[in-house]
Write a protein that binds this ligand. Structure first.
Ligand SMILES: Cc1cc2nc3c(=O)[nH]c(=O)nc-3n(C[C@H](O)[C@H](O)[C@H](O)COP(=O)(O)O)c2cc1C
Length: 454
């Protein structure tokens, strides 16, 4: 360090002033550090994390934002515990001073699966929470009539219990960067940091359409295409079965489309199953029309992978697996089946529904081969229009009730992928009739009932 000449002096006044200057400088450097330590110590001393970040997410957006929220708080030295909303108990609410909620809305303005237990168990009760300070980041989409309804309901319930908002609820329309920026700003303010890192989602990268094949020629339903993609440059990134991709179509750069990945990294490519959307006037959907019809093989598209933790195998990898789905929902289920084959796990039961067997048995050859080789222990199909009366997967499930009970007794996990409207509700009702509502709720709590429904 270089000292200016005039500091090296014998004058007592100047010496005192200099010493005071150093002390002030030292305090300026030390204070943030002390504050940081104090915050850490507060968490450590009580043996609990100081803050909770609770998320309820269906396809991972809220979960990702919750992790980023926690990372920002930790950077400021605040102890944080991240958990799913379903894991938040009454006792946690009563013994925690600060909880940040990051929740999305599904169905007809409902809680996502990860929040259903909390909504049913706690939001129907009165709990005194005057000590609790909270904030809500509500994710949704204004295209739905009940915009952010679950986030709103949670906010209202917390207020009614006497909890105090740290700041007003922030509603996020379709992952609006502006609203998320507002939340980040509020957090930085609360945490006393100005150095919160940027929250960029993984960047879109160029991928090439390597192959494309129509899966259901002459189908009575919309065309379904199998599309294979590989990175235009660099190596294949990693993902797990159950994960999703977001694809940007040139005609609508503001709204990336999400698709379940139908392959695993060992396949060397991302496989997607895309149903071509047709408008009433016969024109094709902007994104699906481009992916299935307009873009030539070799065309580069902007794509990014998205973790979908709720639909991954995770600790169900060693359990028997019951895979239930319809239509393009076979994509996510096929990803899991491929992961299971690779792991040498043959205890798989697939229940799949579509319209007609001759046209709509997507990946039929492959699935029958799995059945023949014992990697698919059971295969039950429901082709709704192959007989006079309509038949759906939920009907087949009811017919197979004894087998379902037995598989669940043997610790099986249930994965449902496909349409929310007709299928997921019907399957849920059938499961509740067969296993009992409490049985299904218990499976959900144990992570043994997972859904990717849209
Ligand atoms: C089947 C379906 C139903 C939805 N219903 C609603 C709704 O009723 N209200 C709303 O604001 N958003 C609704 N959304 C939009 C989601 O809340 C929004 O996409 C959110 O970013 C998803 O976050 P997540 O990935 O954390 O679940 C719906 C989305 C889907 C796919």
């Amino acid at each position: 360090m270089i000292f200016p000449d005039d500091i090296l002096t014998g004058d007592p006044t100047r010496l005192a002033l200099t010493a005071a200057g150093f002390a002030a400088y030292g305090a300026t450097c030390l204070l943030p550090w002390l504050r940081h330590r104090r915050k850490r110590a507060a968490g450590a001393a009580t043996g609990v994390d100081s803050w909770i970040v609770a998320h309820a997410s269906q396809t991972g957006n809220a979960a990702e934002l919750a992790e980023q929220t926690a990372a920002t708080l930790r950077l400021a030295g605040i102890g944080v515990r991240v958990c799913e909303l379903s894991d938040v108990t009454q006792s946690m609410l009563e013994h925690t001073e600060r909880i940040l909620f990051v929740v999305s809305t599904y169905g007809e303005g409902d809680a996502p699966d990860a929040g259903a237990a909390f909504a049913g168990r706690l939001m129907t009760r009165t709990v005194a929470l005057p000590h609790l300070h909270y904030a809500v980041l509500a994710l949704g989409d204004r295209a739905y009539s009940h915009f952010c309804r679950f986030g709103r309901a949670l906010d209202e319930w917390l207020r009614a219990q006497g909890a105090q908002p740290l700041f007003d609820r922030i509603d996020v329309d379709r992952s609006s960067a502006q609203a998320i920026g507002q939340w980040r700003q509020q957090l930085s303010h609360l945490a006393g940091t100005s150095d919160a890192p940027d929250w960029g989602a993984p960047a879109f990268a160029p991928w090439r359409i390597a192959a494309r094949r129509l899966l259901n020629p002459h189908s009575a339903g919309g065309a379904v295409w199998h599309i294979e993609l590989e990175p235009a440059e660099g190596t294949l990134p990693s993902w797990q079965s159950g994960d999703l991709v977001q694809v940007v179509a040139p005609g609508d750069p503001e709204h990336p489309r999400e698709y379940s990945i139908a392959s695993i990294p060992a396949d060397g490519r991302v496989h997607l199953l895309v149903r071509l959307h047709r408008h009433a006037d016969g024109s094709s959907g902007v994104a699906s029309g481009w992916l299935c019809e307009q873009a030539d093989i070799g065309t580069t598209i902007a794509l990014r992978l998205r973790q979908h933790r709720r639909f991954r195998l995770e600790n169900n990898a060693a359990r028997p697996l019951i895979l239930i789905g319809n239509g393009s929902g076979i994509a996510g289920l096929r990803g899991h089946l491929r992961a299971r084959v690779r792991a040498g796990q043959g205890r798989n039961w697939l229940l799949f529904g579509e319209r007609n067997a001759v046209h709509d048995m997507h990946y039929g050859t492959e699935l029958h081969a799995l059945y023949e080789t014992g990697m698919l222990e059971r295969l039950d199909l429901a082709f709704s229009r192959d007989q006079p009366e309509r038949l759906y997967v939920q009907d087949v499930l009811r017919r197979q009730a004894p087998a379902l009970v037995e598989w669940v007794r043997q610790d099986a996990a249930i994965y449902v992928c496909g349409s929310l409207g007709g299928m997921a509700g019907g399957v849920d009702a059938a499961l509740r009739d067969i296993l009992g509502a409490e049985g299904v709720d218990a499976l959900a709590l144990q992570g043994r009932y997972r859904r990717d429904v849209y």
